[in-house]
Design a protein around this ligand. Structure first.
Ligand code: GDU
Length: 598
């Protein structure tokens, strides 16, 4: 009470809310006015942020927490009354006629799209201290994830405008959700690299706030162990992205600009943009309000399963069931063996890769009602079976893929399944954990993420008629991986399969030990026989034909032990480094037509 005198009117209101919501313990240890007054004001600054950043404020947070904690204590199953079954979606086969049709439609639509990258997570599982967006997606060109994403969006922007000639050049917006853990380093990465070619105004950073931790089933907010004038906070999860897009006004800006699609994606998937054009085409042709990208899922793989849930009262929805909930749900219903592979060798439930495409108009209408609040969950670690106290404080969490849960049955919610080799190779697990993944399941490590890029590019070239040697199996950091020729190209060389087909001709051959890097829009490969390393750098208006026999010692993969602390972290976590012994490097810096044939 006595401390009220030092507070502003707004702060007194916040104090009243806290007292009404049973949070008087937060002030119990406060000394007399005059002692630590600045810290006390700092406390209210924090409370004010926590109040403003949660849809409907801190009291709603506490109420939701009490409800969810009571449900958790009572052992209430969030899927009570629902029976899971395998849903049917659009299944695409890379390179066939319908795939090509979807890709073209997607490129056409791209100029009406905005991209949203969720990158607030630190990636503790990966054992990398930097932000994941700065991590090289592969070590042949050392292109980082953020650079690759931005270059892909720029290539898409250009291709889209070209397809609909006559229309003004669009700038596809990119919003990046950061957190206190990643914000300043993300901004610095962009600024020190001239936004990787995007206009700075094209990129918007939206920062998620953490949420208050909870000490007990009454949702008493936890005092920060490091500062008695602060509430302890933890991340709320990637589901925050919806509320932030709404409260920042970005969705309205995009809507007013005539945009139609919002595409969400995650921080470390080097393959994703190979799948985006076709997936966007599916959204457009099938008129999906919500389209989730999925891949065949191995049982127990750490990706959610897309599931049709049918309630006893007749309601149904197609939704992600998170990987830790899928097995108990299946066991409790009609799948006694739980999360296991079926006769195909895969889980019958497609795996959610959290690439969501939402149609903007219905999305904005829905968020106008909900403010972007997403169904939350709580996962307290109880001290004992009485479930009366926690081992450590907990908090509410939410996931962006839970957005469809509040939609009416009339909403058009679908999903698109693509081959894993084309669409999904995240970098999440450290070498030790990756090596422990059950045999046959994907490692999701820096090693597998990089190898997947070479494999995808090699397979795409094969499909376009290039003869590519089979891979060899090698072990890096205890993980057995296929090593294909290290083929890398910039997104503006080829974005969709039709681009690749138009740029390779004749009969070309690439040996397994080879490396090929293509940087330049108008580089054409014709009757090339490559056994070694070939690097082509060419300016926009040069047209270059590369063919003939290129043979040299090439670039060699050398083993690195992840425990060797003398090696930089981004190399160690892969288990190899590239020794650039010898290469043919072609540089075309002037406009004109050129042909290379040794
Ligand atoms: N993220 C945030 N804020 C957070 C937490 C995470 O922005 O508070 C971001 C991360 O930076 C990352 C993305 O959200 O870009 C996903 O985070 P994780 O990689 O930690 O996600 P999980 O592996 O736990 O799982 C998610 C989905 C799964 C499956 C999987 C696919 O929940 O269903 O789709 O990604 O990669």
């Amino acid at each position: 009470q006595k401390n009220l005198a030092i507070l502003s009117l707004d702060q007194i209101e916040l104090a009243k809310i806290l007292l009404e919501m049973g949070q008087s313990h937060l002030f119990e240890h406060w000394p007399e006015p005059g002692v630590d007054d600045d810290e006390k004001k700092g406390f209210f600054d924090q409370v004010s942020r926590l109040n403003a950043s949660y849809p409907r404020g801190l009291s709603a947070y506490i109420q939701n927490a009490r409800r969810l904690l009571a449900d958790s204590k009572a052992g209430k199953n969030p899927f009570d009354g629902f029976t899971p079954s395998v849903p049917s979606g659009e299944v695409l086969t890379f390179g066939d006629d319908s795939f090509l049709k979807f890709e073209e439609a997607g490129v056409r639509e791209a100029q009406k799209a905005a991209f949203v990258l969720v990158a607030g997570g630190l990636g503790e599982r990966l054992g990398y201290n930097g932000i994941k967006l700065a991590l090289p997606s592969e070590s042949t060109t050392e292109t980082g994830f953020l650079q690759h994403y931005i270059e892909s969006i720029l290539a898409l922007q250009e291709a889209s405008c070209k397809l609909t000639e006559g229309q003004s050049q669009t700038e596809i917006p990119l919003a990046i959700m950061t957190s206190d853990d990643t914000h300043s380093r993300t901004l610095e990465l962009l600024e020190s690299n001239a936004y990787f070619g995007m206009k700075p105004t094209q990129v918007k950073l939206i920062k998620q706030e953490k949420v208050a931790c909870l000490d007990d089933n009454d949702a008493r907010l936890a005092v920060d162990p490091k500062n008695k004038y602060r509430i302890q906070t933890k991340p709320h999860g990637h589901g925050d992205v919806h509320a932030l897009l709404y409260s920042s006004g970005l969705l309205n800006v995009w809507h007013d600009a005539g945009l139609k699609w919002v595409l969400f994606f995650q921080d470390t998937n080097g393959l994703l943009f190979k799948a985006i054009p076709a997936a966007l085409g599916v959204s457009s042709i099938k008129q999906y309000h919500v389209n989730s990208l999925a891949v065949p899922r191995k049982a127990k793989e750490a990706i959610g399963g897309i599931t049709r849930l049918t309630h006893a009262d007749g309601r149904t929805m197609v939704i992600n069931v998170e990987y830790n909930q899928l097995d108990p749900l299946l066991r409790a219903t009609c799948y006694a063996d739980g999360d296991v592979n079926c006769e195909t060798g895969y889980s019958p439930f497609p795996g959610n890769i959290n690439q969501l495409i939402l149609e903007l108009d219905p999305y904005l209408k829905e968020l106008t009602k909900t403010g972007g609040a997403i169904e939350e969950f709580v996962n307290p670690k109880y001290k004992d079976s009485s479930k009366t106290s926690f081992k450590s404080s907990t908090r509410l969490e939410c996931m962006m893929q839970d957005y469809p849960k509040t939609l009416p049955p009339s909403a058009r919610v679908g999903f698109t399944v693509m081959d894993t080799w084309l669409a999904y190779a995240p970098v999440k697990n450290n070498p030790e954990d990756a090596a422990k993944v059950p045999k046959g399941n994907p490692y999701h490590s820096a090693t597998s993420g990089e190898m997947a890029i070479y494999r995808a590019n090699s397979l795409i070239l094969r499909k376009a008629g290039v003869q590519i040697d089979d891979p060899v199996i090698e072990v890096f950091n205890g993980q057995e991986v296929e090593v294909w020729p290290r083929v890398v190209w910039k997104p503006n060389w080829a974005l969709i399969f039709a681009d690749v087909k138009s740029k390779v001709g004749g009969s070309s051959v690439i040996s397994q030990r080879s490396t090929m890097v293509l940087k330049g829009r108008n580089v054409y490969i014709e009757d090339l026989s490559l056994d070694g390393a070939l690097i082509v750098n060419s300016v926009e208006d040069a047209e270059v034909k590369v063919g003939g026999s290129v043979q040299n010692k090439g670039w060699i993969l050398e083993q690195v032990d992840y425990k060797d602390a003398s090696v930089p972290e981004e190399i160690r976590i892969r288990g190899f480094r590239i020794n650039k012994v010898e290469q043919e490097e072609l540089n075309y810096t002037q406009p004109g037509k050129f042909s290379f044939k040794p």
